[in-house]
Design a protein around this ligand. Structure first.
Ligand SMILES: [Zn+2]
Length: 641
C-alpha cells in the first residue's frame, strides 16, 4: 500500500484495536442500561399448565417500589390478571414509561376472564389501556378505581384505539362476591394514599387467595373509611391458602402515623403565611387535598388547582362525593392574579421535581400565570420517591434561589414546620397485624424489591407462617398451588415494553441506538465516487452532531477529507460494496480515535455516479446527484438536531 509522506499513517493494529474497543464499550454500556428492560425468554414452555393446580405467574411488581405490578392467577380454562401497571421511573431517551411484556398473556389469551385492580395508582392501572384492547375482558375494581380507569380510557384514546372497556364496580360494604370465570372475587377496604383502595380476596377451586395491594392500616382516615379488619379476620378464620402482601416498608419498624397528623401542620403554615401559598402534593391523594382545602377555606383563601392530573383526580373525587369543596372556594388559575396575594392558595404537581410539572415551570420562571416572589410560601408535602432524590433536591434549590419561603417534609424540623408527609404503606407492626388477621397457610411478599421482601418473609416466619410455605419468586416466575403443596413452575417470558410520549411501543434496538448516539454523537460522511475512474469526484462532505464542532476543527476535517480521498482511491472497486463501506468506516474510526480519543457513530453515504455525458440542456449528472444527496443529508441532519 502506497503512503503519502505528508499524510500521517493511520490504522496500526494497536489503534485499530483501541478504536474498536472504545466503540464496543459504548454499545455494551447501552446494552447494560437496557438489560433490565429487555424481555427474557427462558424457555418455550410459557403455556405449561398442570391440570387441577392453581398457577400464579408474576409478570411485574416484585423488583422495585412503584414497579409495573401485574400477576396472573390461573386455574383450568380461567385466568384473571391482578393489577396492570406501568413503571414511570425509567430514564431512557424519549421513553415515557414501561409496561409489562404481553407475551405470556398471548399464550393464555383464551383463558383471560377479567382484570382485577386493587387501586387507581398508575403502577397498578397504567397498563390497562395498552393491554385490555389487545386481550379484552371486563375490568373489576372499587368505585374510585373504576372512575380513574374510565378517565384514562376517555383521555387516552390514541393509545387504546378508542376501545371502551367493560367496567364492573364492586361494592366493598356489602362484601360483593363477583363471579369471574371459575373464581369469586371480593374487594376488601384498606387504606393507602388514594381513595377507595382495596385488597382482593379470590376464592379459587384450590383455595382462597388474599392480595393486599398497596395498603396501610390507618386507624383514623379523614374520609372515615377505615380498613375492614373484621372482614380480614373473618376470611382468615374461614381459611386462607395464600396471602400476597405489600412489602414496600417492610424495613421500617412501628406503624405509619395516620394521615390525620398532617392536618395541624397545614393549618399552622397556611395561617402563618402572609402572601400566596403553593402546596405541592401527589394529585391522587384526595384526603390530603381535602385537608389543604379545609385549611385554606378556614383562613379565608380561595384554592386553584394547577396541573392536569391534579384536576383529573379531584374531578373524579368531587363527582363521587369523596372530595367536598365549599361553594366559591375554587378559583381558576387564569384568575388567581386578580385576587389579593393573601387570599390565594395554589395546589400543584411537581413536588418530586418532575419535568414540565407546574411547580417546575414556576421555579424556572416559565409558568403561564405565576412569577414567584420572595413573599410566596411553598410547601412540598412529600418525601422523594426512591430514584427521585436528585430531582427533589434540584427543585428545592431552584425554589430557594427564587427566594420563596420553602417548607419541605424531609427538612421539616429544620424548616420549623410539622410533618408534611406520611407514607401510604404499612410498616412492620401493620404487616404483622395483617398476617395475624389473615392467618395464611402460604405467604408471598410482593412489591418493594428483593431486600424488603426478604425482611417481610422473615417477619412472616416470626408471625407464625411455616418457613417452607413462603416463596420469594422473581418477575417471570410462576408457582403452582394445591391444597397442601406449593411448587415452582417453569418461568415464562417476561420483561418490559418501552412506551414513548405518543403511547407507542419503541423497539429496544432503537433505544439502544439512541443511547449510543447520546454517548458518542455521530459523524456523517458523504462520498461521491465516479464509477469509471473509481475516484472521488468531489471532496468528501463531513458533518457532525454531538461529536466535535466542524467549524472549529478545520484541520481535523481537512485531514480527514484528504485521508478519505486516498482511502477511496485505494479501496473502491477492489472489494465489494459492503466491505468497502466497512473498511471506510474502520479507517475513519481509527483516524478519529488517534486524533480525538473518541469514536463517534459513523454514518456513511456512498454515491456512485457514471461518467457524465456532455449535455447542453441539463446540469452535469454527477454534480446534480451530489446536490440531491447534499439536500437529503441536510434534511437528515436537521431532523437529528
Ligand atoms: Zn399505590
Amino acid at each position: 500500500m502506497k503512503n503519502n509522506k505528508n499524510e500521517p499513517k493511520y490504522g496500526s493494529h494497536k489503534t485499530r484495536g483501541q478504536a474498536l474497543r472504545a466503540t464496543q464499550r459504548t454499545v455494551d454500556d447501552a446494552k447494560k442500561t437496557l438489560e433490565r428492560f429487555s424481555s427474557i425468554s427462558v424457555n418455550k414452555q410459557d403455556d405449561h399448565y398442570e391440570k387441577g393446580k392453581l398457577k400464579i405467574t408474576f409478570l411485574g411488581g416484585l423488583y422495585d417500589v412503584g414497579e409495573k405490578n401485574m400477576s396472573v392467577i390461573e386455574y383450568g380454562d380461567c385466568a384473571i390478571v391482578l393489577d396492570c401497571g406501568i413503571d414511570l421511573s425509567v430514564e431512557l431517551p424519549s421513553i415515557n414509561y414501561v409496561i409489562n411484556d404481553f407475551s405470556y398473556l398471548e399464550t393464555i389469551k383464551h383463558k383471560i376472564k377479567g382484570y382485577v385492580i386493587t387501586h387507581g395508582h398508575l403502577d397498578h392501572i397504567g397498563g390497562l389501556k395498552h393491554t385490555v384492547p389487545k386481550y379484552p375482558a371486563p375490568i373489576y375494581g372499587s368505585r374510585y378505581t373504576i372512575g380513574v380507569i374510565q378517565k384514562t380510557f376517555d383521555d387516552e384514546q390514541h393509545i387504546s384505539g378508542g376501545y371502551s372497556p367493560e367496567l364492573v364496580i364492586a361494592d366493598m360494604e356489602n362484601h360483593d362476591k363477583l363471579k369471574v370465570g371459575e373464581f369469586f372475587v371480593e374487594f376488601i377496604r384498606v387504606t393507602h394514599a388514594i381513595p377507595d383502595p382495596s385488597a382482593v380476596c379470590i376464592d379459587t377451586p384450590v383455595g382462597r387467595i388474599i392480595a393486599t395491594g398497596d395498603f396501610r392500616l390507618d386507624p383514623e382516615p379523614l374520609d372515615k373509611r377505615p380498613v375492614d379488619k373484621e372482614r380480614f379476620k373473618q376470611l382468615g378464620r374461614d381459611g386462607v391458602l395464600l396471602l400476597m402482601s405489600d412489602s414496600s416498608y417492610a424495613d421500617e419498624e412501628g406503624r405509619t402515623p395516620t394521615e390525620h397528623t398532617l392536618e395541624p401542620s397545614y393549618s399552622e403554615l397556611i395561617t402563618r403565611a402572609k402572601e400566596r401559598i403553593f402546596v405541592a402534593v401527589f394529585s391522587s391523594n384526595i384526603n390530603r387535598t381535602q385537608m389543604i382545602i379545609n385549611a385554606a377555606v378556614a383562613s379565608g383563601r380561595r384554592v386553584a388547582f394547577d396541573g392536569r392530573s391534579m384536576l383529573s383526580y379531584a374531578e373524579i373525587a368531587l363527582r363521587q362525593g369523596i372530595l367536598k369543596i365549599p361553594k366559591g372556594a375554587i378559583v381558576p388559575m387564569a384568575q388567581v392574579n386578580n385576587l389579593p396575594v393573601s387570599k390565594v392558595l395554589i395546589m400543584c404537581t411537581g413536588g418530586q421535581g418532575e419535568p414540565n410539572a407546574a411547580l417546575q415551570r414556576m421555579s424556572e420562571g416559565t409558568h403561564k400565570y405565576i412569577k414567584l416572589t420572595s413573599g410566596d410560601t411553598v410547601l412540598i408535602s412529600s418525601s422523594p420517591i426512591p430514584g427521585n432524590e436528585i430531582s427533589y433536591d434540584e427543585i428545592s434549590n431552584r425554589l430557594s434561589a427564587a427566594g420563596v419561603n420553602l417548607f419541605r417534609h424531609v427538612t421539616h424540623k429544620l424548616d420549623g414546620c410539622g410533618p408534611l408527609h406520611v407514607s401510604g404503606h404499612a410498616k412492620r407492626d401493620e404487616l404483622r397485624e395483617m398476617i395475624t388477621m389473615v392467618q395464611p397457610k402460604y405467604f408471598i411478599p410482593v412489591h418493594g424489591g428483593a431486600l424488603r421482601r426478604k425482611y417481610h418473609a422473615d417477619l412472616a416466619v416470626k408471625t407464625g407462617v411455616v418457613k417452607n410455605n413462603i416463596a420469594l419468586p422473581k418477575n417471570g416466575e410462576a408457582i403452582y398451588f394445591e391444597q397442601n403443596t406449593m411448587s415452582k413452575s417453569y418461568p415464562v417470558r417476561s420483561g418490559s415494553l418501552l412506551i414513548d410520549q405518543s403511547g407507542s411501543i419503541v423497539e429496544t434496538p432503537i433505544v439502544q441506538d439512541r443511547l449510543v448516539l447520546s454517548e458518542s454523537g455521530f459523524l456523517s460522511i458523504g462520498l461521491t465516487i465516479d464509477n469509471q475512474s473509481q475516484k472521488s469526484v468531489t471532496n468528501p462532505s463531513i458533518d457532525s452532531r454531538g461529536y466535535v464542532s466542524i467549524t472549529t476543527n478545520n484541520k481535523l476535517v481537512a485531514d480527514l477529507q484528504k485521508g478519505l480521498v486516498r482511502a477511496v482511491d485505494q479501496r473502491f472497486g477492489r472489494v465489494d460494496g459492503d466491505r468497502f463501506q466497512d473498511e471506510i468506516k474502520d479507517y475513519v474510526s481509527q483516524f478519529l480515535f488517534e486524533r480525538t480519543n473518541q469514536t463517534p457513530t459513523i454514518i456513511l453515504d456512498v454515491h456512485v455516479v457514471s461518467k457524465p455525458k456532455p449535455n447542453r440542456d441539463s446540469k452535469d449528472t454527477a454534480v446534480d446527484n451530489q446536490q440531491r444527496f447534499k439536500e437529503l443529508r441536510k434534511q437528515l441532519l436537521t431532523a437529528a438536531s
